[in-house]
Ligand binder design. Structure first.
Ligand SMILES: [Zn+2]
Length: 76
């Protein structure tokens, strides 16, 4: 099982973990609300996990231009 951290805004791969035995609890996912989990965590058909985060570049861009976050997340 691999865990890939992807930027939710630009799809850049921020990081990748290759772990065969790691639980959601160890990843800190158990602290998320169900809505947050649905929003952040995606399982692909191979059993790998994609975690959506915000990369440094996009964090910086959103800090400078908060309206960008609204464009990327039209439901929020
Ligand atoms: Zn990004």
């Amino acid at each position: 099982m691999a865990i890939t951290y992807l930027c939710r805004h630009c799809n850049t791969i921020v990081g990748r973990l290759e772990e065969s035995q790691i639980s959601e609890h160890q990843l800190g996912f158990s602290f998320l609300t169900p809505d947050e989990r649905r929003d952040i965590i995606a399982y692909d058909p191979n059993g790998n996990i994609n975690v959506k985060v915000t990369c440094e570049y996009c964090s910086e861009a959103i800090r400078n231009h908060p309206e960008l976050a609204l464009i990327s997340n039209p439901l929020q």
